[in-house]
Design a protein around this ligand. Structure first.
Ligand SMILES: O=C(O)CCC(=O)C(=O)O
Ligand SMILES: [Fe+2]
Length: 233
């Protein structure tokens, strides 16, 4: 059977991820992932239009219910995540038990994810996050991210508790990284990232999960969040 993946591209992606701390990669099995996401959304009694505009009509309560119910279908999405990740990491690894669902609605201040590294939330610097949007992110609906080196420079200033004002942050952090639907962003736990104010008439729905490779230092605090995926799963 012909591989879904282009091995040369995979090698290039891994090198970029290791060298710089992040990479945007194509998901060859995105169609299957999206079809299952749509059926989950439909099952939860919402019509899954391509742009998720139903979300804008939900009350806060309904939105929370939607997120809670969504969580129960994690394994369906994990199945596709594993196919994708297995190709990059062809050995046993630890995967977050459930992906998180995030929504970044236009003009909604509370949906903005503030500047952070996943290490700040208790993960290890060796944890790799996979972030997948279900819409094109071309106009600030998505995430902005700094590579490992740039992140270190900013983090040193944060460590010294110097007040860090917006205008010393590199301009990359004011612009969402441009990704088409069907791509995934992979990044290490020590890369600074955030979402920017979404000024466009488009709701972004995304999932994110994390993996941990064997032989790397595990954050004890987060151990319970992961489960081992054996090779051949
Ligand atoms: O989707 C977002 O707005 C934030 C995602 C994030 O911080 C992460 O996946 O680690
Ligand atoms: Fe994060």
């Amino acid at each position: 059977m012909q591989s879904l993946f282009n091995d040369q591209q995979t090698e290039k992606d891994i090198r970029k991820l290791i060298d710089t701390g992040f990479v945007v990669a194509q998901l060859p099995n995105y169609g299957e992932l999206r079809a299952d996401l749509d059926s989950i959304v439909n099952k939860l009694n919402h019509k899954a239009d391509r742009s998720f505009s139903f979300i804008d009509n939900l009350t806060e309560y309904e939105l929370n219910e939607f997120k809670k119910q969504f969580f129960l279908h994690a394994d369906i999405l994990n199945k596709h995540l594993i196919v994708f990740l297995r190709h990059y990491f062809p050995f046993p690894f630890y995967l977050q038990k459930s992906p998180y669902l995030r929504i970044n609605s236009p003009f909604r201040e509370p949906d903005i994810t503030p500047l952070h590294t996943d290490v700040m939330y208790g993960h290890s610097k060796d944890t790799i996050t996979v972030w997948i949007p279900f819409v094109d992110c071309l106009n600030d609906e998505g995430l902005s991210i700094l590579d490992r080196k740039q992140s270190e420079t900013i983090l040193i200033k944060l460590d010294k508790r110097r007040p860090i004002s917006e205008h010393v942050l590199p301009p990359e952090l004011n612009k969402g990284i441009k990704m088409h639907e069907g791509a995934a962003l992979l990044f290490f736990g020590n890369c600074l990232h955030r979402s920017v104010f979404n000024p466009k008439n488009k709701t972004r729905l995304s999932i994110d999960s994390r993996i941990h490779l064997p032989g790397k230092k595990f954050s004890q605090k987060k151990f319970e969040l992961f489960r081992k995926i054996e090779y051949g799963y």
